[in-house]
Design a protein. Structure first.
Length: 107
């Protein structure tokens, strides 16, 4: 199972918190990330909980760097990339927390 599938299975109640953490460890998630998952998942799972899972990523303080145009430009570029990555993570976990409805097949 992929990481996303594991989180979805936990959110829907198909697997336990322990099974989720074991699966994430088997998928190669670091120990520090597992600790963060465990702390967040100690409360009942809700869609909003998963949507806000990742905190804001740190930004560089460009004012503390030398006032050299290329250095300042690079600092701004890095901060823009961090902001974009933060948006991607928020969207990814919003989708995990709000999975698409499954089509029902009548038998």
């Amino acid at each position: 199972m992929s990481r996303e599938e594991l989180v979805q299975a936990y959110a829907s109640g198909r697997i336990s918190r322990r099974a989720l953490l074991r699966g994430l460890a088997a998928a190669g998630v670091s120990a520090s990330a597992l600790a963060a998952h465990a702390a967040v998942l100690s409360e009942p799972a809700t869609a909003d909980h998963f949507a806000d899972f990742y905190p804001r990523l740190p930004r560089l303080d460009c004012s503390s760097l030398p006032n050299i145009p290329r250095v300042q430009e690079r600092c701004v570029e890095i901060n823009e990339r961090l902001a974009e990555r933060e948006r991607e993570l928020a969207e990814r976990f919003r989708r995990i927390g709000h999975p698409r409805p499954r089509l029902r097949v009548s038998r």
